[in-house]
Design a protein around this ligand. Structure first.
Ligand code: FMN
Length: 214
């Protein structure tokens, strides 16, 4: 059963662009066949606690003597990593909040990016290498590739892609605030085009990733 792990993190439950776009991908995914499953985790509605200790960033063998890790936090980390391991494709709704990812999404990254478990430190440990992850980034303004103030998409690509070896595809919808901020009102047409292009890209990605073999 091809399984999609669908994460959202927008704090907007009514008009979120990232939520609408991830829903579009999930609909395309389940439309491929009745075998295509979705596992949902809403990081805003079901918020994770911050890491209670830095020791959770490391495999047990790499922790310092005396490090204490609460059993419930260790169990939560294992659940979150298992969800990733069990998914065929991961979908992440990632709005830009203050030029970075929402803290709810950052908390999730802090749990799943673990030295010696999901990223290589002393021996090869990248069990998620090659697993496709689709990041849907919604941003009020406009940001080009390599924009120095974009700490959102590059930080996700660094953690999940470079460090954990996942196969990251990024789909962005910029200028989402064009309909709300008078200063951007002249850009509403471009914003609509951005959103439609993002939707088309997601349809194509869902089709490609949902039908791939192995
Ligand atoms: C807390 C907060 C911080 C934001 N910071 C930025 C920002 O730094 N840059 C930007 O372009 N837009 C910023 N925005 C606007 C959002 O990126 C934009 O509304 C986006 O569409 C949010 O995603 P969503 O529609 O999925 O909720 C911010 C919005 C909020 C609520």
């Amino acid at each position: 059963m091809p399984t999609l792990l669908h994460l959202d993190s927008s704090a907007d439950l009514n008009s979120s662009v990232s939520r609408a776009l991830t829903a579009r991908f999930a609909t395309a995914w389940t439309g491929i066949s009745t075998d295509h499953l979705v596992v949902r985790r809403d990081l805003h509605l079901d918020q994770l606690p911050h890491l209670p200790t830095d020791a959770l960033h490391w495999a047990p063998r790499l922790r310092r003597p005396g490090d204490l890790v609460p059993a419930d936090a260790e169990q939560l980390q294992q659940v979150l990593i298992s969800e990733l391991l069990n998914a065929d494709v991961v979908l992440i709704g990632a709005p830009m909040y203050n030029w970075a990812v929402p803290s709810t999404l950052k908390a999730w990254i802090d749990y799943v990016h673990v030295g010696g478990v999901t990223s290589t430190i002393d021996e090869p440990t990248q069990p998620l290498a090659g697993k496709p992850v689709v990041v849907v980034s919604s941003r009020g303004g406009s940001y080009g590739p390599g924009d120095p103030v974009d700490h959102q998409v590059p930080s996700i690509v660094q953690a999940l892609g470079t460090s954990m070896g996942m196969d990251v595809s990024t789909v962005t919808a910029d200028l989402t605030l064009a309909g709300r901020l008078p200063a951007l009102s002249g850009l509403t047409g471009r914003a609509e085009q951005e959103r439609e292009r993002a939707a088309q890209e997601l349809d194509a990605l869902a089709e490609r990733l949902g039908r791939r073999k192995g």
